[in-house]
Design a protein around this ligand. Structure first.
Ligand code: KG4
Ligand code: ZN
Length: 388
């Protein structure tokens, strides 16, 4: 079965074709995965401007879907690709269903993907499957990306979804059976990365920038990270790390970073204190070395909380696997710490391949494959506040 997945919940426009066999335990094959991002256009604002994102998506959605189909057709039939034969004809014959992320997300961007998917489903007379974007992030772990070995996560699963808008911990007893254990009470983990990066005068999206800045800290390879952490100048709080529930909170951590930056800029030039998290004015007055140290310690704090609470839930609920998804799952320190802890606990931790950690159409198609519930194209609408 081949599914076309469409994703437009934020600033990405994703279309992908995945192929799977029913009752197989070998995951889904990625035939194509095209993502167009308008992130560059949002850089100067330090965050996504919904109207700008939607305007770009209107322009690129059809070419992105076409390219995904062409690549998949080429994957199946090299000759067809070379001769650039009728892609739509190939899609009508070979695509079994169309899946679309219908929420949560920004209403403008969501509408572009949902309406496009509905149009294709009606025109090609294919089943339409509506997918929760957060569920899609979980199912990125069922995608077999070229060259990567695949083992299927076993139920019950504890899932951590860490993206720009969400931080959720879920218990998954079977395909499609999600129980929400906890969420962030304020900022999402990715949002905290984005805000701290902005504060430090680093680029957008903030996660990869913070990760890069943290890597600039000189680390003696003979010293283990844990020892090295103690040598760092700051020790930011780990909000709710010991709480009895499975909730998260990142706004206090962000404030601790603001306070530290305030102190640094104040003491370095004796000027007026830094006031707003939205300004990177005082970031200019601190050295790259201090920025790297702040980035390192901030990243350590976020990773500590995410790993500790997920491991606690996995032990409590007898999980046989831990599955992580969402843009922050691309973070190397998070991956490394989960690997270490899950080895200790003997519960395997799964991460999607980095290219399918951030938003993409393949994860939407993957979720649809394992939760094949048709919806009426004439009745489907976007739902910006959809949740688990
Ligand atoms: O899942 P995603 O692509 O979009 C949403 O659904 O929000 O996640 C985007 C978020 C952004 O906040 C971005 O800063 C963060 O994921 N992110 C990272 C990394 N790569 C992306 N955070 C930490 N480390 C990374 N390497
Ligand atoms: Zn996402």
């Amino acid at each position: 079965m081949k599914i076309l997945g469409i994703e437009t919940t934020c600033d990405e426009t994703g279309a992908a074709i995945v192929e799977g066999k029913l009752n197989s335990t070998s995951g889904l094959k990625l035939l194509s995965n095209i993502v167009a991002s308008s992130a560059d256009l949002h850089k100067k604002y330090g965050g996504v401007v919904p109207e700008v994102a939607a305007r770009e998506q209107v322009k690129v959605i059809v070419p992105v879907v076409k390219e995904a189909l062409e690549q998949a057709a080429g994957f199946m039939n090299r000759e067809l690709r070379i001769m650039n034969k009728d892609t739509i004809g190939w899609a009508r014959e070979n695509i079994d269903a169309i899946a679309v992320a219908h929420g949560p997300g920004l209403i403008g961007p969501l509408l572009i993907g949902v309406e496009t998917a509905k149009a294709f489903a009606v025109a090609w007379e294919k089943p339409l499957i509506a997918v929760n974007h957060l569920v899609g992030h979980v199912y990125a772990n069922w995608l077999r990306v070229d060259g990567s070995r695949f083992t299927e996560p076993q139920f019950p699963i504890v899932g951590l979804i860490v993206s720009g808008g969400h931080t959720d911990l879920v218990l998954m007893k079977n395909h499609g059976d999600f129980q929400l254990l906890g969420s962030t009470l304020d900022d999402a983990a990715g949002e905290a990365f984005d805000k701290v990066a902005k504060l430090l005068g680093l680029g957008y999206p903030g996660g990869p920038e913070i990760e890069r800045a943290a890597q600039q800290v000189t680390i003696d390879p003979s010293i283990k990270l844990r020892v090295n952490r103690k040598q760092l100048t700051y020790n930011f709080p780990r909000p709710l790390i010991g709480s009895a529930d499975y909730n998260f909170s990142f706004s206090g951590l962000k404030t601790a970073v603001v306070t530290t930056v305030n102190k640094l800029s104040y003491s370095s030039n004796g000027s007026e204190k830094f006031k707003s998290v939205n300004s990177s004015r005082s970031a200019r007055t601190i050295s790259d070395d201090f920025k790297s140290k702040i980035a390192t310690e901030f990243q350590n704090a976020v990773v500590d909380v995410l790993v500790k609470k997920t491991i606690k839930a996995a032990s409590k609920f007898g999980a046989r696997s831990i599955v992580v998804g969402g843009g922050v799952a691309a973070n190397s320190l998070l991956r490394k710490e989960f690997r270490v802890k899950s080895l200790e606990l003997r519960i395997p931790a799964y991460f999607p391949s980095k290219e399918v950690s951030v938003d993409n159409g393949a994860m939407i198609a993957a979720a649809a494959f394992y939760n094949f519930k048709k919806v009426d194209p004439l009745k489907l609408s976007a739902d910006p506040s959809l949740h688990f």
